[in-house]
Design a protein. Structure first.
Length: 296
């Protein structure tokens, strides 16, 4: 691989808004799997079926039996790797945090992401209390580029509108192995491992895990926020600012919705209401209980 400058040029791919005609399809329609299938007829959403487990769930045909089979083949410490994808401000983090509070699993681990941005205040506080226990490994850009050249990443990407404000994110083989090989056993309950990647990171990490840990079930859930795309755009602008919103978050939100049928195993609707994420997380709890339930 070439110099760090070449890596940087390759990573910084300017995001552009989808064509107005495509956005118009979703602009004033509430986002639901049915809406997305109508807007993106070739996206594979026709393979999902409305689930009897919970009305907020749509599950790709064959997913639950396949995940259950893998799960029940694990003898030492049953584990599920979970990736939650979806548009920015759609509720992914809230749903993940609520899943951590359930009593289904004995432990919850998040695979650490390597990132070049500066730590936020709460992240600095966490690092001071528990060194090495945070969700991110903060490194300078030069170090990140060296890690790319050394082949340490399973997946990596960049976000930003200019070279000066671009942030690089990546998932290393080391951190995946660390999470999967952690032999600390809190109790006899299974463990859940979170993989914090966007849609572009799901496939390479899943492929790597399938190759090196073929018995570990990997589940990808796409969160569909129950708002119109116009409302979603307003939320992104309000929470992330116009530079990030139009620089990459809105284009990426559209892309996340367009590719949900291709990448996800499960779609969960997140009603945008005070208890929306609670309802969505409870729906996923029911799904996990169905997966880990003893075989008859």
């Amino acid at each position: 691989m070439g110099s760090s400058e070449h890596i940087q040029e390759r990573l910084v791919i300017p995001e552009t808004l989808p064509s107005p005609g495509k956005v118009a399809l979703l602009l004033n329609r509430v986002l639901r799997p049915e809406t997305l299938q109508w807007a993106f007829p070739e996206s594979g959403l026709d393979r999902f079926i409305y689930s009897e487990i919970d009305p907020l769930l749509y599950i790709k045909q064959g997913t639950v039996p396949a995940i259950r089979e893998k799960y029940h083949r694990m003898k030492d410490r049953p584990t599920i790797v979970l990736s939650i994808i979806g548009p920015s401000t759609g509720g992914k983090t809230t749903i993940r945090d609520r899943l951590r509070q359930t009593d289904i699993f004995g432990s919850y681990t998040q695979i650490v992401t390597t990132v070049t941005r500066r730590p936020r205040t709460e992240e600095n506080q966490q690092a001071a209390i528990e060194p090495g226990k945070g969700d991110y490994n903060f490194v300078p850009k030069q170090t990140f580029h060296q890690m790319v050249e050394q082949g340490k990443f399973i997946e990596y990407l960049s976000h930003g509108t200019r070279l000066t404000d671009t942030t690089f994110y990546g998932t290393t083989e080391k951190e995946i192995v660390k999470a999967l090989e952690d032999d600390k056993k809190v109790n006899d309950k299974p463990r859940l491992i979170f993989l914090p990647v966007n849609k572009d990171g799901v496939a390479p990490v899943k492929q790597w895990i399938d190759q090196h840990y073929p018995d570990v079930p990997f589940l990808t859930v796409s969160v569909i926020p129950g708002v119109t795309f116009l409302e979603l755009m307003h939320r992104i602008i309000e929470k992330r600012g116009t530079t990030q919103a139009f620089g990459w978050r809105i284009p990426e939100a559209y892309s996340e919705l367009e590719s949900a049928g291709e990448l996800a195993d499960v779609l969960v609707r997140n009603p945008i209401e005070p208890n929306g994420p609670v309802s969505a997380s409870k729906a996923l709890e029911k799904l996990f209980r169905a997966i880990i339930a003893p075989k008859e």
